[in-house]
Ligand binder design. Sequence first.
Ligand SMILES: Nc1ncnc2c1ncn2[C@@H]1O[C@H](COP(=O)(O)OP(=O)(O)O)[C@@H](O)[C@H]1O
Ligand SMILES: [Mg+2]
Length: 350
Amino acid sequence: MGKTKSGDKGGAALKITVLMGGASSERDVSFASGTRVAAALRARGHAVTAFDPVGKVLSVEEEKGYLSGAVKKAPPTPEFLATLKIPGSLGDHPAVRDADVVFLGLHGGQGEDGTVQALLDLAGIRYTGSGHLASALAMDKELSKLLFRAAGVRTADWLMAPATEAEIVSALGLPVVVKPSKQGSTVGLSVVKRREDLAAAIELAYKHDDEVMIEAFIPGRELTVGILGDEPLAVGEIIPKHEIYDYECKYTAGMAVEEFPAKLDRADTAAVQQQALAAFRSLKLSGYARIDFRMSPEGHFYCLEANTLPGMTETSLIPQSADACGISFAELCERVVRLALEGERSPRRA
Ligand SMILES: Nc1ncnc2c1ncn2[C@@H]1O[C@H](COP(=O)(O)OP(=O)(O)O)[C@@H](O)[C@H]1O
Ligand SMILES: [Mg+2]
């Protein structure tokens, strides 16, 4: 670990509340991550509370249930999710107010887009990962891509809807990828190969977001790079059973091969790690994140997005990226907590 400042209880047992669940389409995935993080931090001797911010503190039995259960093949329906709400008074809940640090095991929606981060800032509570502005930027694929480009990080060409079929085909060609601009887990995303399928794909994406992106399809390989603190971890390659790394491939065992470290030569490894770090800095992220890429047949890396609250089960991608660098899952969780307590959201520029 790096420097510890006086007063941050370096090395001592902490009161940690892990937030999990929430109201986004990644609710189920979040319980899988959150319960693993809680178990790992508890095994390190911390006093850990598991708390679903739309509901209550989880009982031991509930935690066990999520620990042993698999994530369902499909995300919860938007109708069900509409019944759930993270209260504005989150910071007043004893589970949050009394914690030394809140570990954000939420994924997607208000847990990841900066809203919960801003609530915790208002309440003066320390939390893991990026701050509210950085979280909001990373959640917005259009703003992310503008900042990637400004920082010299290559990303696929894109248009925002509304755009006519003629505009799309002439600017981006086919196939294209149509996606909600502020979603995750490949929800509402389609690869469109035929012009006549564009309208339906855009309609589908609008079901999940009020902003829809149409992006040039980048053939080739799928890579991901974890960042911890200010250092890139190992590069991974994902080989999904489907054409794209969709919800089912992400969360069903055996639906994707994941290789850490990826079979890349040294120069390509260093190049994509450098691009990942540049992307991380361009959005002013902090703590940890996972940056996803496509590698085209010509060998160019195209940044797809930054995930500020990436999956955190032992077999999720950033834990594998850390493991390939000799950092165990428990150590990763611990370091993410320590980085939150060090408290510098925007590290000094080198
Ligand atoms: N431009 C693209 N070219 C090729 N595949 C893509 C492209 N955009 C997305 N994909 C595929 O869809 C998956 C999810 O897309 P992504 O932009 O990361 O959205 P999400 O936030 O839903 O994860 C990617 O991991 C990749 O497999
Ligand atoms: Mg993604």
